[in-house]
Design a binder for this molecule. Structure first.
Ligand SMILES: Cc1cc2nc3c(=O)[nH]c(=O)nc-3n(C[C@H](O)[C@H](O)[C@H](O)COP(=O)(O)OP(=O)(O)OC[C@H]3O[C@@H](n4cnc5c(N)ncnc54)[C@H](O)[C@@H]3O)c2cc1C
Length: 415
């Protein structure tokens, strides 16, 4: 007979979001239990760049320095838009509302495993956090007394019963689906492919991005002479990619997108240090993410296409927002809805910006695409008016105002 453990708060999934939530609760002296499937973090190709808005939250949680020790600090983004270059320093961002005097507009980039290990070590040192790993949650069911029961897949680990359960098991969350949460909008519009390679020289501290006729290319500088190379294409390119050798195609895009650093990153024979991964770029919007004593967080609660790489910053913000509501002690759906509203209000404008950017950057069949990029570059070089807005957008901070149609059109060069 499986042993049953009683807890107050259980978080299923100890990724960045589940871990940050546990830390945020711990800082409020609220104990919780984290159930995590993996014994050690994996070096998947996702989540290697934490935008400054997310780094700020790590700072607030007191774990920034530990994570930063495994990372390179990024200072901005250099965008190659057609023939023009647009260099955006995060320093242009006005400090976000309510930020402390120690605000530093810097991102963090690096191998995923040491980043997550640093976070995990910090979590393990918290006395009010209990980590149970490996624990693969199979189901969550409601008991007659309204508490929730979490059963493991192996049937050998103890079963947990809790008054408040947070599901933070990532974008493929089967638990969320089984609980009846469904995305009201869902799409797989893009494919992201890439690897981590070794470079012969320092690539600087700017993330590089370039628009190529096949898609968008990215280079993230990593610590210790590594870099992440990513290419994102519209899913309609899949048949063309399948016809050829994906790595050769990837290298062609990178060579044409970044001719200035092509030799530094190994040219035709890069020193590839990770598998060559391909992931779908998914968008999923959930209208409802709470029930009595239950909330979804991070990618399990919906995600945006990774085009602008803000998933971690958004998820970290979820963790802070949800911790605040949980700390109030009322775990009814009614009370948890303030977290749900906060999340949707943050996500919807980002989704809109992402969609317009996906259209502008990836809809390469449009005859006006090249001209549009030229106009974008010209407008984006308006240092005083437009660059601070773009800096905030790329740093993952909420804009201080709701952009009017006119500003958005100006921002995107679509007037
Ligand atoms: C190709 C790609 C590139 C990306 N690049 C970036 C980027 O550069 N920057 C950025 O900010 N975002 C990026 N993202 C988005 C980012 O990866 C996610 O937003 C982020 O990882 C979400 O964190 P999470 O903690 O919600 O989920 P996850 O990171 O997926 O963590 C979920 C955790 O739950 C555990 N788990 C799963 N199922 C169970 C179960 N049944 N029982 C117990 N535990 C379970 C998993 O082992 C895992 O540890 C990218 C996404 C993709 C697809």
């Amino acid at each position: 007979m499986t042993h049953i453990e009683q807890r107050e708060i259980v978080i299923v999934g100890g990724g960045m979001v589940g871990s940050a939530l546990a830390l945020a609760l711990s800082r409020r002296s609220i104990p919780c239990t984290v159930l995590e499937r993996a014994e050690a973090p994996l070096d998947l190709l996702r989540g290697e760049l934490i935008q400054p808005a997310g780094v700020d939250i790590l700072q607030e949680l007191g774990v920034r320095d530990q994570v930063a020790a495994a990372c390179l600090e990024t200072t901005g983004i250099t965008m190659q838009l057609g023939a023009a270059t647009c260099d955006i320093a995060y320093d242009l961002c006005p400090p976000p509302a309510g930020s402390s005097g120690t605000f530093r507009p810097r991102g963090l980039a690096g191998w995923r495993r040491p980043m997550y290990e640093a976070l995990g070590r910090r979590l393990a040192a918290e006395r009010s956090v209990e980590i149970v790993a490996p624990f693969v949650a199979r189901s969550i069911e409601r008991l007659p007394d309204r508490r929730l029961r979490i059963t493991s897949r192996d049937g050998l680990s103890p079963t947990f019963e809790a008054s408040m359960v947070v599901v933070a098991d990532g974008q493929a969350s089967r638990l969320a689906r089984d609980l009846g949460f469904h995305a009201s909008e869902e799409s797989e519009r893009t494919l992201v492919q890439g690897f981590v390679g070794r470079t012969t020289e320092n690539l600087g501290t700017r993330v590089r991005m370039a628009i190529h006729p096949l898609g968008v290319a990215w280079l993230f500088p990593f610590p210790d002479g590594f870099y992440r190379s990513t290419v994102q294409v519209d899913v309609s390119r899949l048949p063309a990619l399948r016809r050829g050798d994906p790595l050769a195609c990837h290298l062609t895009v990178v060579r044409e997108a970044f001719p200035d650093v092509w030799e530094l990153i190994g040219g035709e024979h890069p020193d590839v240090r990770s598998p060559f991964h391909t992931h779908p770029g998914r968008t999923a919007i959930h209208a409802g993410i709470v029930e009595d004593g239950l909330a979804l967080a991070g990618d399990a609660a919906g995600c945006l296409d990774p085009l602008t790489g803000t998933g971690l910053a958004q998820g970290l913000r979820d963790a802070m927002s949800l911790a605040g509501v949980i700390a109030d002690g009322d775990w009814t759906a009614r009370a948890l809805r303030s977290y749900e509203r906060d999340r949707l209000a943050r996500l919807l404008p980002k989704r809109e910006a992402n969609e317009v950017l996906t259209y502008a950057f990836l809809e390469r069949d449009e005859p006006f695409a090249a001209a549009l990029l030229g106009r974008l570059a010209a407008r984006w070089s308006d240092r005083d008016r437009v660059l601070p807005v773009i800096a905030m957008e790329t740093a993952g901070y909420p804009l201080p105002m709701v952009p009017s149609f006119g500003l958005r059109a100006h921002f995107l060069g679509l007037l």
